[in-house]
Write a protein that binds this ligand. Structure first.
Ligand SMILES: Nc1ncnc2c1ncn2[C@@H]1O[C@H](COP(=O)(O)OP(=O)(O)OP(=O)(O)O)[C@@H](O)[C@H]1O
Ligand SMILES: [Mg+2]
Length: 195
């Protein structure tokens, strides 16, 4: 399966989602994560060699693709509408992470406006949801009112994600009381992608 993680807004958890879903997919079949972002965030994450799957740059991925069953693509910040269209054509599924923040939700609605006429298979993932507020529930409600396809599982806001990433680790390998719960959330999202 080819899965592209993209969004019109930056900092919404694309790379975090790509890395953890790649770990989930790798548990089922050989998985390659292609880092198509010039910032090379996923490649930097993989430098510590603590990830369970292969990460390659776009240029470095050509000879590798045929060796892998699942391909995940982490994309650059603020893609042009044309980039979104290309991603839609080249993928089985587009995952659009968004935080409950109003600007991020607006950007998600704009992405949906581009993707819907293309009959693209896309699904919105709510990320960085602060469980102490109602923001997550309100964001889900407004996206559902617009009939956007959504993952049933949200990803909570946890500093452990940042800490794991700065150590080049997956959340499940990072020693923190909430790591297991956080990994279960990405596993549940993975289960919605590859049941
Ligand atoms: N669920 C979360 N809880 C808390 N922090 C998170 C969560 N997901 C991601 N982050 C943090 O938010 C920041 C942005 O996340 P990430 O790099 O995954 O987003 P991105 O969409 O790939 O960003 P960019 O647009 O810069 O590529 C990072 O510092 C990351 O560690
Ligand atoms: Mg990124």
């Amino acid at each position: 399966m080819i899965i592209t993680i993209t969004a019109l807004k930056g900092g919404v958890g694309k790379t975090t989602t790509a890395v953890h879903l790649a770990a989930y997919c790798q548990e089922r079949a050989p998985t390659l994560l292609i880092d198509a972002d010039r910032n090379r965030s996923a490649l930097v994450w993989s430098k510590e060699e603590k990830l369970s799957f292969r990460v390659a740059s776009e240029a470095g991925s050509h000879g590798l693709i045929k060796k892998y069953h699942h391909i995940l693509i982490d994309t650059k910040v603020r893609p042009e509408p044309e980039d979104l269209k290309d991603s839609a054509e080249g993928s089985d599924l587009l995952i659009i992470p968004t935080t409950p923040n109003a600007l991020d939700i607006d950007a998600t609605l704009k992405a949906a406006e581009i993707l819907e006429p293309l009959k693209a298979n896309f699904k919105v993932l709510l990320t960085k949801v602060d469980s102490r507020t109602r923001n997550g529930r309100e964001a889900r409600k407004s996206l559902e009112e617009q009939n956007l396809p959504m993952f049933a599982q949200d990803i909570p806001q946890l500093v452990a994600f940042e800490r794991a990433s700065s150590r080049g680790m997956l959340i499940k390998d990072y020693s923190d009381p909430r790591s297991r719960m956080a990994w279960e959330k990405y596993k549940a999202v993975g289960g919605e992608v590859l049941p």
